[in-house]
Each structure stands twice: as C-alpha cells, then as structure tokens.
Write a protein that binds this ligand. Sequence first.
Ligand code: GTP
Ligand code: MG
Length: 197
Amino acid sequence: MEIKNAKFIISSTDNEHCPTDNLPEIAFIGRSNVGKSSLINMLCQYDGLAKTSSKPGKTLLINHFKINDAWYLVDLPGYGYAQVSLQQREKLHKMITDYVEHREQLYCLFVLVDSRLKPQQIDLDFMDFLGEAGVPFAIVMTKTDKISQSELNKNLKVFKAKMLETWEELPEIFLTSSEKKRGRDAMLDYIEQVLQS
Ligand code: GTP
Ligand code: MG
C-alpha cells in the first residue's frame, strides 16, 4: 500500500456530522498523548497533517483525512485525559464510544498503547468494551524509540500475558515509532489487507 495523497476533510463533534460518502475508515484511539496524531502523520509522511502536541488533550474532535481519494484515516480524541471537566470528559467519552460502536464503515480500529508502560487498566477496559461491542481492533505499541529493545521485549511479554488472562487469542500487535518511522510498512500492509476484506 502506498499513500499517494492525504488531505484533511472535516472535524466533527459526532457521527451525524462525519462524511457521508460511505468510504471505508481506519481509526486511531488510545490514551491522550499516546501518539495517535503523530502516527497518522508518520503513515502519511506528512508532518502537520494531524495536529500534535506535547500536552495531552490536543485532539478533541473526530478528524477525517482522505487517503488516495478512496478511504479515510480517522484521528479520534484520546481517552483518560484528567485535566478537563467531568462534563467535557463525558462528552468526549460519548463521542468516542458512539463512533466506534455505530460507525458502520469502520473497517479497523487501531488501539495505541505506550510501549514504555506496564499494562494500563484504562487500555484493558477499553479493549474489553471493544470485545463486547464486537469491534475489530489491532494494537499499536507507540514511542518504541524511547526504550531499549530489551525493555520493549520485556514489556511486550508482560502485555501479552496480561491480555491472555481475558482474551483467547491476541490481536495483531505493531511495534512503532513515529520519530524513527518504525512500523510503517507493516501497518500499511495490514491496512491494505483490511480494506480488501
Ligand atoms: P491527544 O490528541 O492529546 O489525545 O494526543 P495524541 O495521542 O494524538 O498524541 P500526539 O501525536 O499529539 O503526541 C503526543 C506527544 O508525543 C508529542 O509530543 C509527540 O511528539 C510525542 N510522540 C508521539 N509519537 C512519538 C514517538 O513515536 N516517539 C517519540 N519520541 N515521541 C512521540
Ligand atoms: Mg491527537
């Protein structure tokens, strides 16, 4: 899969305002600041396409980027961002869950997880919710440039063991760094497969 062109289309507050052309969508979710927007820019080789920030809570809307005039990458707000009001948090939670549960053209959701951390309850809970809702997903370990390969192997092993406590099989797991452009080919190959299914 080659990304020949990528363009921002629209930011939406809910599914009703999202594009209506029914093209397939591949979306990115995960804790605030985990690197969703950076990953989209890395995949598209287009710095600044999706807005990024060193402070959590940058993406607060559903953002559609049209790829090769044929499908969308969708940047979602992060979950678990504590520095906003309860009301705002509930609004974001509803935006995210409505999108992942009801968006029929959602072909695959990538759940991003910080490769440096031990398994986080909020990520495990979110994946349980996806399982119950029957939403297909794959996992992306982010920021692998910030740890050594041996730490990464160790964290990955712990993460897989934790997942296997509740899941019969593991989803696809990608090891990525937006900084070092690691994992790009593997993710694009996977997206190509998903779009053909
Ligand atoms: P929200 O929109 O707030 O939910 O965050 P996000 O998940 O979109 O994260 P974003 O892409 O804005 O990145 C957050 C911070 O992490 C930024 O300072 C990025 O530069 C940094 N970052 C993201 N990916 C990587 C990576 O692979 N390596 C390193 N070293 N830094 C990264
Ligand atoms: Mg973002």
